[in-house]
Design a protein around this ligand. Structure first.
Ligand code: C2E
Ligand code: MG
Ligand code: MG
Ligand code: MG
Length: 287
């Protein structure tokens, strides 16, 4: 009896694993098709300053799957990291983002930068800086108009190597932001030694900032310490007027979130830049 149960559990277990492995394999192959057939897209979400001007647009990857619709990056980027497909994807993202910014510039919209998210594998690979240089040269985008967003995890892994790369980026004139700040294990004291220019306070702290005294204190402490270190502070995930107002009051410099603008395709961004205001919500729903 016990033996039988054990066997059943084992069979269930192997079936479960086989299903998961197959699902991942299918997803990996479909992702490869999307890369090969250029079916990945970049959306852009603006970062606004205190005066309400757009100072940066963050490039956010979208995979429009023929059957499943939009697959969120949180589902396919970790997979792409494991399979190594992230390398090809990242090269494409970087080039597309630079080209799009040049395109907007040619149409008279050039008063802002583009921020590109960098994956751990991409950052720690030899050749990362060369790829950056080549892309800037081929797209003709000035380095000063490109920003990179790195998470704390990227910098903590192989920290000495990471610091060298950061110094090279600074020499090249490329600004670096620490993304999702507060969720990792790095301290502001550690950041002090790094040539970075911004911290983006993670959305999880912003979410409850108007309700939770703890989160409000954490956010105020991050802002105050970041300012002491000469860093600009970005609040991501602003969804309500109250959050926006409160963070402005705390001295936070830049704001990003659904309240202000959702991630949008390039054509919508151009429209937004042209009319200068948020679009009617039905035109701006997908993200
Ligand atoms: P992230 O870099 O922290 O990007 C911000 C995420 O928050 C985006 O999710 C954005 O759509 C979402 N967001 C912005 N405002 C709000 C808001 O007010 N409320 C809520 N609930 N969410 C908001 P998204 O586009 O799904 O991207 C998720 C993550 O995937 C990104 O987090 C980034 O880590 C990664 N990612 C996206 N594009 C790329 C890429 O091109 N390369 C790499 N390596 N990673 C990427
Ligand atoms: Mg980011
Ligand atoms: Mg972020
Ligand atoms: Mg985040």
């Amino acid at each position: 009896m016990a033996k039988q149960q054990g066997r059943n559990a084992y069979q269930w277990f192997t079936r479960e694993i086989t299903t998961r492995v197959n699902e991942r394999l299918v997803m990996r192959n479909e992702l490869q098709d999307a890369i090969d057939e250029q079916r990945l897209e970049l959306y852009y979400q603006p970062l606004y300053d205190q005066a309400g001007d757009i100072v940066t647009v963050e490039a956010l990857l979208r995979w429009n799957h023929p059957a499943r619709g939009f697959v969120p990056p949180s589902e396919f980027i970790p997979l792409a990291e494991e399979t190594g497909q992230i390398m090809a994807i990242s090269r494409w993202v970087l080039e597309r983002a630079c080209l799009d910014l040049e395109l907007l510039g040619a149409r008279g919209h050039d008063g802002f930068k583009v921020a590109v998210n960098v994956s751990p594998l991409q950052f720690h690979r030899a050749g990362f800086l060369d790829t950056l240089r080549e892309t800037l040269a081929s797209t003709q985008l000035p380095a000063s108009r490109l920003e990179l967003e790195l998470t704390e995890g990227v910098l903590l892994k192989d920290a000495e190597d990471a610091v060298d790369v950061l110094h090279d980026l600074r020499r090249m004139g490329i600004d670096v932001s620490i993304d999702d700040f507060g969720t990792g294990f790095s301290s502001l004291n550690y950041l002090k030694q790094l040539p970075i220019s911004k911290v983006k306070i993670d959305r999880s702290f912003i979410k409850e900032v108007t309700h939770s005294a703890d989160d409000a204190s954490i956010v105020q402490a991050i802002i105050s310490m970041a300012h002491h270190l000469g860093l600009t502070v970005v609040a991501e995930g602003i969804e309500t007027e109250q959050q926006h107002r409160l963070l402005k009051g705390y001295g936070c410099e830049l704001f990003q979130g659904y309240l202000l603008a959702r991630p949008m395709p390039l054509e919508q961004l151009e429209l937004l830049l042209r009319v200068g205001t948020e679009l009617p919500s039905e035109m701006n729903q997908r993200d």
